[in-house]
Design a protein around this ligand. Structure first.
Ligand SMILES: [Fe+2]
Ligand SMILES: [Fe+2]
Length: 292
């Protein structure tokens, strides 16, 4: 295996960022569209506990990591995920204030993660984490590569998603490197975990969006109609998930490495603007301005 653990400074943890998230954020903050808003709300709702699960899976191998650059990368990955958890917990508090069943959904997620930790091997849990990390590393591709996708989103939530997407690209190969060079997970297990993760994300995205819309008062028929109306936006060739389906398939190839996929083309615009202003809102706008 080629050693791809290079550049100790590729991951930049940014701490205590204030996204000015408060109750003035509209319920349907994304294009004034209930389905798009609740789909994103549902996804982000799971980030804090999901990221804690990721950290637990990687920590299992901490003592076995000897490469000093990988040790630093794991530390920076943990710091970034910790900050993501804090920011998304703030957003979850706003969703709770809107009367959404946040705690019930989080309790179900905790049960799911505990089940995995108890019944799956450490290697498979790490492979699941690497697969989920591959998805999060592609978030920027789906939501920020093209100007139109997030044009009608509330700037504060958009800035939160952009920051998270940027940092996911920075640490995209950390778990993968631990999985391949330390845990030595087989190609077959890595592929099985990706299939499992894809099914889990697809099902949970559907189920959670449906639960949130039900809590908003939408009837069964209204929810199914909303789902049908958004299938193209989600899974079409240019859909937010469909646009990176080739990169998901690429993960299955023997010899694949996350660094084979370049970071999104407008990533440098976010970095430069953030370095200049220290403001995630302006960094997000610069990234969107540089989008196709
Ligand atoms: Fe994250
Ligand atoms: Fe991550």
């Amino acid at each position: 295996m080629i050693n791809r653990i290079t550049n100790p400074d590729r991951i930049q943890p940014r701490e205590n960022i204030d996204f000015k998230l408060d109750s003035s954020i509209p319920r349907y903050w994304y294009d004034n569209d209930p389905y798009k808003s609740r789909l994103m709300d549902g996804m982000q709702l799971y980030f804090p506990d999901g990221e804690r699960y990721f950290i637990t899976c990687v920590r299992h191998y901490r003592e076995q990591i000897s490469d000093p650059v990988l040790i630093k990368h794991v530390k920076d990955f943990t710091r970034q995920e910790g900050q993501h958890g804090i920011a998304h917990t703030r957003f979850n508090n706003l969703l709770r204030e809107q009367g959404l069943p946040v705690d019930e959904l989080l309790a179900m997620q905790k049960k799911r993660n505990s089940f995995w930790l108890k019944h799956f091997s450490p290697g498979f849990n790490l492979a699941l984490t690497a697969a989920f990390e591959h998805f999060t590393a592609l978030l920027a591709e789906g939501f920020f590569a093209r100007k139109a996708v997030m044009a009608g989103a509330d700037p504060r939530v958009k800035a939160l998603v952009a920051w998270h997407a940027v940092e996911e690209m920075e640490h995209k190969s950390v778990v993968f490197n631990v999985m391949t060079t330390v845990a030595k997970v087989s190609h077959l297990k890595r592929c099985a975990a990706m299939i499992y993760a894809t099914l889990d994300i697809s099902w949970e995205t559907y189920r959670t969006t449906d639960i949130l819309l039900k809590a908003d008062g939408f009837s069964w028929w209204q929810r199914k109609r909303l789902l049908l109306n958004h299938l193209g936006w989600m899974y079409g060739r240019n859909g937010v998930f469909g646009s990176f389906s080739a990169q998901i398939l690429a993960y299955m190839k023997p010899g694949f490495h996350p660094d084979d996929i370049p970071v999104v083309h407008n990533y440098p615009a976010w970095i430069k603007a953030y370095e200049r202003t220290g403001d995630p809102g302006q960094a997000c706008e610069a990234m969107v301005a540089a989008a196709h």
